[in-house]
Design a protein around this ligand. Structure first.
Ligand code: NAD
Length: 355
């Protein structure tokens, strides 16, 4: 059993905690909160041991009626790995604390790549984690791009990828973020940082990204144009991406026309929090002009990195092969969205773990 602690129980941390708790080879030892708020209450209601992220705040939790098992220092004494899910930049500040306790750490995409020995995406760089003492799971956008550029590069060769990212202004609970009623180039300079970040996973893929922010909270939308080295065929690209276990091809005719319907669908079919862990590619958007491939995809920023964190734990601490880890993670979370409208009604079966 791999004993896991989650430091930072917000948007990503609470989802990573649930995913870890669902693994048969992992034990969620506990999660931390900085203050006794509704998130701390929810962690306790889920049966998770709660630790105060700041040592001298234990009494604050006790006064609020929320029992804590200890502080971060206590948690680090009893885990094999810590998953840092703190806000961007805090992970780097936490690194000396993890190192002092000799606990391997997994950081998130808001940190600079230098925070860890290697950047991680299960599809693009699982093996790069071998021998590392720390990993950084790349951001939601980089995860979404790596998942489709890796198979395209392997099959056709990517000559040049150009991606426009329409990013959500904030997560649903982030009332202080925006824009409120605008679409803002962010950054106004091109390329944005996302392309170089993809290169921490796929160093040989030539990719430029431009990014905007829109007043939505549900998902990011990517408009993808990839010039391939070999001339593709749209049907073959659909098959290629359809075979990827973390890509959902939204079938024509299912009536999913945007992020709202996607999240609605995920909730209706029983996904926790309406989470969509897969890239969602509109099947009818997959178009080919010569060697140019075009498609639209959505990624759920709160969710797509979650299975990647689970695989990162195995890659960092065990010699589990990539395919086995991905299959175990997918099966435990019941990943692999397949609409009954897919493949003329023959939806894919969930993947079986090789254990
Ligand atoms: P968040 O603000 O929702 O959650 C962070 C949590 O950490 C909060 O509960 C906060 O109170 C807590 N925290 C703050 N300081 C802390 C400390 N010193 N010790 C312990 N906990 C502390 O943030 P998030 O959206 O979950 O982002 C976490 C990381 O994941 C960032 O690196 C971010 O870039 C990355 N990420 C976020 C998203 C997203 O869309 N939300 C997607 C992918 C990756």
């Amino acid at each position: 059993m791999i004993r896991v602690g989650v430091n930072g129980y917000g948007t990503i941390g609470k989802r990573v905690a649930d995913a870890v708790a669902a693994q048969s080879d992992m034990e969620l030892v506990g999660v931390t909160k900085t203050s006794p708020n509704y998130g701390a209450e929810a962690a306790i209601r889920r049966g998770y041991d709660l630790y105060a992220a700041i040592d001298d705040r234990v009494n604050e939790f006790e006064s609020a009626g929320l029992g804590v098992t200890g502080s971060l220092a206590d948690l680090l004494e009893v885990v094999d790995v810590v998953v840092d899910c703190c806000p961007s930049g805090i992970g780097e500040r936490n690194r000396p604390i993890y190192e002092a306790h000799d606990v391997p750490a997994i950081y998130q995409g808001g940190e600079d790549a230098e925070v860890a020995d290697a950047s991680f995406n299960a599809r693009g760089s699982y093996e790069a984690a071998r021998g590392a003492d720390s990993l950084r799971v790349v951001s939601c956008n980089t995860t979404g791009l790596s998942r489709i550029l890796a198979p395209l590069d392997e099959t056709y060769g990517v000559e040049k990828a150009r991606v426009t990212l329409v990013r959500r202004g904030g997560d649903p609970s982030e009332t202080d973020r925006g824009p409120i009623n605008d679409v803002v180039p962010d950054p106004a300079t091109v390329p944005s940082h996302h392309g170089p970040d993809v290169n921490t996973i796929l160093p040989d893929v030539d990719v430029d990204t431009a990014a905007l922010k829109a007043p939505v909270t549900a998902m990011h939308t990517h408009s993808v144009n990839v010039t391939l080295e070999a001339e593709p065929n749209a049907a073959a690209v659909r098959d290629l991406l359809g075979d990827e276990s973390r890509v959902f091809l939204i079938p024509e005719g299912v009536g999913i026309d945007g992020a709202g319907a996607l999240k609605d669908y995920a909730g209706d079919i029983g996904r926790p929090r309406g989470d969509v862990w897969e890239n969602c590619v509109w099947e009818e958007s997959i178009s080919v002009e010569g060697r140019d491939l075009y498609l639209f995809q959505n990624v759920h920023q709160e969710a797509d990195v979650v299975p990647e964190n689970v695989d990162a734990i195995r890659a960092l601490l065990t010699d589990t092969p990539r395919a086995e880890s991905v299959a175990r993670t997918n099966e435990s979370l019941e990943m692999g969205l397949d609409s009954l409208f897919s493949d003329g009604g023959d939806a894919r079966s969930p993947l079986t773990a090789d254990d």
